[in-house]
Write a protein that binds this ligand. Structure first.
Ligand SMILES: COc1cc(O)cc(C/C=C(\C)CC/C=C(\C)CC/C=C(\C)CC/C=C(\C)CC/C=C(\C)CC/C=C(\C)CC/C=C(\C)CC/C=C(\C)CC/C=C(\C)CCC=C(C)C)c1O
Ligand SMILES: C[S@@+](CC[C@H](N)C(=O)[O-])C[C@H]1O[C@@H](n2cnc3c(N)ncnc32)[C@H](O)[C@@H]1O
Length: 386
């Protein structure tokens, strides 16, 4: 058989091969979109390596996270060997100043109203954030002055007006695409830490658990917003176990349309591993900007396109070959993790995301990359009220 004959056979079977090929692809990939869904005039969005319409992308993303919600947390630990925890803690560290300021305000408000707190000098440990340190200090204080620590609950009384003032505190944090609550829990943990150990007249004071209970009701609630109820259900269960649910308002909305959140009402918006999954990033950035108060801050943690030449081949191999298999074994969803790997590789570079934020009116836009540029934390502020 000469080469012309071979070429003719190959050419004549093109439609058949294409059909079979597409069939196989459709069978294997639950996210493959039937061509009938496409309307050529509609804008297409990246869904991993595929292009889909706005409607389809948001449905696929929704189903994907519903499928993996129960295994989401364990998968993150396995895929990153726990490193995602460090990235998230790093994001929340950015809020230290804000949380310290607001916990201090809360103290002053309560203190002003003569709620009795026994002050004790303790060593300056404000830079440490560690449960062990907290416990050591607790013991230290208790051993120095156990009697002084007896508190009279009757002493703690605020007028209704004062209570309202505290409840309407202008401290508002929104964790967008909050999923199973990882960021929210870290923020709460830190806020409690700053509330329990705080500085007054150059001394460090410690609040014991009985008095802390009185503060609890004044701690502003953090808003966790996600488009997916299944992810938030997992989060709620975790929050109840940690006794953090009282600090959280769960909001089932899309970041692209934050209809229940008032304009100029939020101090801080955090967004961790969410923006890559948004259908229309521009719409979401506009909404984030709208809900932020003037002076408010947007913090975004997200993967970067792998760039480091030394680690790129290994990392790309790990993303494309290992992660989908891990997803199949642990979460019974190879496709969800194939999407994760592909979406990381098709997402914006940190420069592109910074520019996009800038184009959406954010000022002082900066970013920091971590772990060989695998992820970046972007930060930007809203300056004016328009
Ligand atoms: C559906 O959408 C989603 C679903 C979800 O469940 C979650 C998310 C959001 C995702 C997360 C919050 C976290 C997801 C985590 C990752 C995608 C992994 C991130 C990657 C790293 C932390 C590794 C960073 C290290 C480098 C870039 C260095 C070079 C690359 C490697 C060392 C990997 C090399 C791997 C191979 C050659 C494959 C064979 C090796 C194995 C199978 C061993 C197991 C390997 C690991 C578990 C990878 C982690 C490796 C390390 C932590 C070693 C780190 C080493 C150094 C830093 C030097 C979502 O959207
Ligand atoms: C990878 S998870 C991140 C969860 C959590 N922030 C974390 O860091 O672990 C992405 C989350 O984004 C949510 N999501 C996707 N599109 C969204 C949208 N348009 N609005 C709000 N949440 C969205 C998903 O439901 C999912 O819970």
């Amino acid at each position: 058989m000469n080469s012309t004959k071979i070429w003719n056979i190959y050419h004549n079977t093109y439609i058949l091969r294409n059909y079979v090929g597409t069939l196989i692809r459709k069978e294997r990939n639950i996210f493959t979109t039937p061509s009938s869904y496409f309307n050529s005039s509609e804008r297409l969005y990246n869904f991993g390596f595929q292009k889909v319409t706005e409607n389809i992308k948001s449905k696929l993303i929704h189903n994907l996270f519903s499928n993996v919600s129960n295994k989401y947390d364990i998968m993150n630990d396995l895929m990153s060997l726990g490193i995602h925890r460090i990235w998230k803690t790093q994001l929340v560290n950015e809020l230290d100043l804000y949380l310290k300021y607001h916990s201090q305000n809360l103290h002053e408000e309560v203190y002003k109203n003569e709620i009795l707190i026994k002050e004790q000098e303790v060593i300056d440990t404000s830079h440490k954030y560690d449960e062990k340190v907290l416990n050591e200090e607790k013991e230290q204080i208790n051993s120095i002055d156990n009697e002084q620590y007896e508190t009279n609950e009757e002493d703690i009384c605020l007028t209704m007006e004062q209570k309202n003032n505290l409840n309407n505190s202008n401290n508002k944090i929104l964790d967008l695409a909050g999923g199973t609550g990882d960021i929210a829990f870290r923020i709460i943990e830190k806020y409690i830490y700053f509330l329990k150990i705080y500085k007054t007249n150059n001394t460090y004071c410690y609040i014991d658990d009985i008095i802390y209970k009185k503060y609890e009701q004044y701690i502003p609630r953090l808003i966790v917003c996600d488009i997916n109820k299944d992810m938030m259900e997992v989060g709620k269960k975790r929050a109840i176990e940690l006794d953090y649910n009282k600090y959280i308002m769960w909001l089932n909305d899309s970041a692209e349309n934050l209809k229940s959140i008032k304009t100029n009402s939020i101090d801080i918006v955090t967004l961790s591993f969410g923006i890559r999954n948004f259908t229309d990033i521009s719409k979401a950035l506009k909404e984030i900007y709208r809900v932020l108060k003037p002076g408010g801050r947007f913090l975004c943690l997200e993967f970067c396109k792998p760039t480091y030449e030394i680690v790129k081949p290994a990392y790309t191999f790990y993303l494309n070959q290992c992660i989908p298999i891990l997803g199949m074994i642990v979460a019974n969803s190879k496709d969800s993790y194939k999407y994760l790997a592909e979406s990381i590789q098709t997402f914006l570079t940190p420069e592109e995301l910074a520019r996009l934020m800038f184009e959406h009116k954010f000022i002082n836009v900066t970013y920091t990359t971590m772990t060989f540029d695998v992820v970046a934390i972007h930060s930007g502020y809203k300056l004016s009220s328009t």
